[in-house]
Design a protein around this ligand. Structure first.
Ligand code: SF4
Length: 347
């Protein structure tokens, strides 16, 4: 049966204060509750021990607190930790903590499944079930932050929205989650340490510009001509390269935020020097800082293979000789299906 109680975390601090005044409670109580919800990560009203028992029961009777729970965790030999999170309605999503020497990066999901069906991505073979609410995305980050503190004593340094789902098709909640993550009374992280990755929804890239966001944007390019890109990313049929290049320029002009390209190398598909040339051609038309060249991680249903080392080296060398700022990203967490494109709740 659907509850008609409201999720308490969908109330802003002023709205909570307003509610507390209607029940005859002092405004500082609202602040205490807000702190439990966003900084002390209470998962029940019962846990809010500095409130009277009576107040806790009033909250319990009037609101829900559907916090995310860790369902399973898997540890890779390279230190990567993949977590499967259970949502209040039983759906599952995955998040990954990627520790490196200088960074503790959290990769988070924004949707349960995905509707975009990219051919190389395990999530793309699942249907989109629903969008995550902003508080659920926030919880993923908060739980990965806790894991990071436990594993290394270090807080998260970076967040990437590159897990399951297309963030720009859950626009409102993704932006709200970032607002909470960067808020002083949230996780107080800098937006410059957050990157939202899109398969290329041009209209929403422009919207990010209009909203003057301060976080970074990554475009999953993966092929630099329309024919090949449409073959592996159906969204390219309606958001082709020309339209995306225009949208990225619009975004940059409005925000001056960093843009990166993501380019997965697939053997005999996009790894030739002709492909590199096409990639350079696209790169030159956008104020992109960097191209991340990513090692492909095979998944069960896809037809692609990883190129051999020699082809990768030639590709990188070619980009370098043409003064392209490109970085080869070796995969992390492959042994636990936590690497790029492998998230599919296999647990
Ligand atoms: S790559 Fe991203 S947008 Fe494409 S199917 Fe996977 S999750 Fe969806």
């Amino acid at each position: 049966m659907k509850s008609d109680k409201q999720n308490i975390r969908h109330l802003s601090l002023p709205a909570l204060q307003e509610y507390f005044s209607t029940i005859g409670e002092k405004p500082f109580r609202a602040k205490q509750v807000h702190e439990w919800l966003w900084q002390r990560h209470a998962t029940s009203f019962e846990a809010m021990t500095n409130l009277s028992k009576q107040l806790r029961s009033t909250l319990e009777a009037n609101f829900t607190l559907p916090a995310l729970r860790v369902d399973t965790t898997q540890h890779s030999t390279d230190g990567t930790i993949k977590s499967r999170f259970r949502l209040h309605d039983g759906h599952l999503v995955e998040g990954v903590l990627i520790p490196t020497e200088n960074r503790q990066t959290a990769c988070v999901s924004s949707q349960v499944g995905c509707s975009l069906s990219c051919k190389f991505c395990a999530t793309g073979y699942m249907d989109r079930k629903r969008n995550l609410d902003f508080d659920e995305i926030y919880d993923e980050v908060a739980l990965l932050n806790q894991q990071s503190l436990e594993a290394s004593g270090k807080k998260l340094s970076n967040i990437v929205y590159m897990g399951m789902g297309e963030p720009l098709l859950n626009y409102k909640h993704v932006l709200q989650s970032i607002e909470r993550i960067t808020a002083a009374d949230g996780l107080a992280m800098s937006p410059r340490r957050i990157t939202v990755s899109t398969a290329g929804v041009a209209k929403m890239i422009r919207q990010l510009g209009d909203d003057k966001v301060r976080f970074n944007l990554a475009l999953s390019l993966h092929a630099a001509n329309d024919k090949k890109r449409s073959e592996i990313m159906p969204i390219n049929d309606t958001n082709n390269l020309k339209v995306l290049i225009e949208a990225l320029n619009y975004f940059y002009k409005a925000t001056q935020s960093q843009i990166t390209f993501e380019y997965i190398l697939f053997q005999n598909f996009n790894d030739s020097l002709k492909d590199a040339d096409e990639l350079i051609h696209v790169y030159r038309q956008v104020p992109a800082d960097l191209i991340n060249i990513i090692e492909y991680n095979p998944i069960d249903n896809a037809r692609f293979q990883q190129p051999d080392e020699d082809a990768v080296a030639k590709f990188m060398d070619y980009l370098g000789r043409h003064r392209v700022n490109a970085r080869l990203r070796r995969s992390r967490g492959k042994d636990i299906d936590a690497a790029c494109g492998q998230l599919a709740n296999k647990g």
